[in-house]
Design a protein around this ligand. Structure first.
Ligand code: SF4
Length: 546
């Protein structure tokens, strides 16, 4: 018999570690430590042992593995160049401090919570606090001895770091203007709250094949096509407002846009359907190779029809309604500026540069928001910050108070459209620096392109390595950090450029032109050339991604 044809290096009978098919044997080290002890259990050891006995008492599988389930990663040792990252042992690369991520589901914070977040930054994080593009707050310089007290303070105001990282359900993205936007028909917040209440920290979902990212939002203002599971608002001609369900999005080295299952999910059914999708991932997801473990690989292999069939028949035990597709926004929606709410008050969106704020800035935001009549702040997936419920006659004072702190509501295009990941400053995987570069780039572009009025904003996303924490494949100009050769033959920090990606109506991945590399030092010149060429050369209505 002739041998079956298979793709090079692949076998049709390959065991992928799918639990539902009886493949329970751990196939890599992460799967081994997850099976040996539920990662959530590390909390007790942190509180009872590691916080008392110090960094050196933490064994490797807890330090670099399970502690992620509580939002803790070791951070990069200062002074180690990006080019050396791959050649070093973990203990040479990492510092005795942690990055800590606080999950802020839906990006929603009260001013009371924000003040606690700010105090923790000042008391334990050397003043650091970044707004991530997952609506989280990220601290640095956290010592293990501080962690129990940080948890105590967070939990006293209803915040947590539970499953902020790790192979589990991460923070649930939601519209930063849920419940107030005049464009919203149905507020999805109750579904976010129910999922958080019922499933975050639930051991039945604490060992997934990889991370599991979620959006639940009426407005598609969270880049929902990039998440593992997304519910996006849609009007059904017979059943009224509800949600379109998409699965299998994700970026990094094998980017995929989420696909529709063709279903219509009423608001009250979202938690059940979400749990069904998460359970499929747990049971059928691939656990052999870490770089093939995200849900997108299963969705690609199965297709939408089979995925829906398994969801309905094996998990929900009932059919879902068919439904129409949600309408994507023309451009990414970052909510920067002043907008009228449903109740006549205003929400005001502010742009820090690439999400970099601080404990002092966040405390000042809490004070300024309250002085403007507000008790609610939201973080956005574009690394921005929105103050809700502002009395109309106090908008100007709020804007004037926060602008000197680097939070700008009347922002330039470039301040709004530049995003950056953590990069070399703290991230162990980074090859190049990102946040300071973003800061300098925005200042440079605001000066040298002050005369340029773009018909359409150009987004610039800066990543410190080939991962895509700052979503480089869906930027107009996506920059993937790597070491490049400059004109004098030196190995320097730089970027592989991806051009013409987008989300919403322009959803698609930028083109990677192999020869298209730029050094960090000449990045400003490069963006200016691209922006001027686009503005001079595009036709009426033609957007960058086209
Ligand atoms: Fe770190 Fe790379 Fe992610 Fe940036 S993209 S935060 S460098 S892993």
């Amino acid at each position: 018999m002739a041998p079956r044809k298979t793709a090079p290096g692949r076998s049709r009978d390959r065991v992928e570690g799918q639990w539902a098919l009886g493949q329970r044997e751990p196939l890599n080290h992460n799967e081994t430590f997850k099976q040996e002890d539920d990662a959530l259990n590390v909390r007790q050891r942190i509180e009872e042992v590691y916080a008392k006995e110090g960094f050196s008492s933490i064994p490797g599988d807890d330090l670099r593995g399970r502690m992620r389930w509580w939002g803790l990663y070791t951070q990069r040792r200062p002074g180690i160049a990006g080019g050396r990252t791959a050649s070093l042992e973990p203990e040479e690369l990492e510092d005795e401090y942690f990055m800590m991520r606080v999950r802020v589901d839906g990006g929603a914070l009260t001013t009371e919570q924000l003040r606690v977040v700010a105090e923790i930054s000042r008391d334990f994080g050397r003043g650091t606090a970044d707004i991530t593009d997952r609506q989280n707050i990220q601290y640095h310089w956290i010592g293990i001895e501080s962690v129990p007290e940080i948890w105590r303070r967070l939990e006293a105001v209803g915040l947590e770091t539970t499953e902020a990282c790790g192979d589990c359900p991460r923070v649930v993205l939601g519209s930063p203007v849920a419940g107030v936007s005049k464009d919203e028909v149905l507020d999805a917040t109750p579904a976010i709250e129910e999922i958080k209440r019922s499933y975050i920290g639930d051991p039945s979902l604490s060992n997934l094949p990889r991370k599991f990212k979620t959006t639940i939002s009426w407005l598609a203002d969270t880049a929902p096509e990039l998440d593992d599971v997304s519910f996006v608002g849609v009007e059904h001609p017979e059943h009224g407002p509800g949600f379109d369900l998409l699965v299998g999005g994700g970026l990094s080295t094998n980017p995929h846009l989420a696909v529709r299952l063709g279903t219509f999910v009423p608001l009250e059914e979202i938690p059940e359907v979400w749990f069904g999708v998460a359970s499929i991932f747990r049971d059928y997801g691939y656990r052999r190779l870490r770089n093939r473990a995200r849900l997108k690989f299963l969705v690609k292999d199965w297709g939408a029809e089979k995925f829906r069939d398994v969801l309905e028949n094996e998990y929900l035990k009932r059919p879902l309604l068919d439904g129409p597709a949600a309408v994507p926004p023309e451009r990414p929606v970052d909510h920067v500026g002043v907008f009228e709410q449903q109740d006549g008050r205003r929400f005001v969106g502010f742009a820090p540069v690439a999400g970099r704020v601080s404990g002092d800035v966040l405390a000042a935001v809490a004070d300024a928001a309250e002085a403007a009549g507000s008790a609610r702040v939201r973080l956005t997936p574009y690394q921005k910050l929105v103050v809700l419920d502002v009395e109309p006659d106090r908008v100007d004072t709020l804007i004037e108070t926060l602008e000197p702190l680097g939070l700008v509501a009347k922002s330039s295009t470039w301040r709004r459209s530049v995003m950056a990941c953590t990069g070399l400053e703290y991230c162990k995987l980074a090859i190049v620096e990102t946040k300071k570069l973003a800061h300098d780039l925005v200042a440079d572009l605001e000066t040298r392109l002050a005369d340029l009025e773009l018909d359409h904003p150009i987004s610039v996303h800066i990543n410190g390595c080939p991962n895509s924490c700052a979503r480089i494949q869906v930027a107009d100009i996506g920059l993937k950090g790597q070491i490049v050769t400059d004109d004098d033959g030196n190995q320097v920090e730089g970027f592989q450029v991806h051009l013409g990606g987008g989300v919403g109506a322009d959803a698609g991945f930028g083109r990677k032109l192999r020869a298209h590399k730029v050094t960090a030092a000449e990045l400003g010149d490069y963006v200016i050339r691209v922006a001027r060429n686009y503005q001079d050369g595009h036709t009426e209505g033609e957007r960058f991604a086209q």
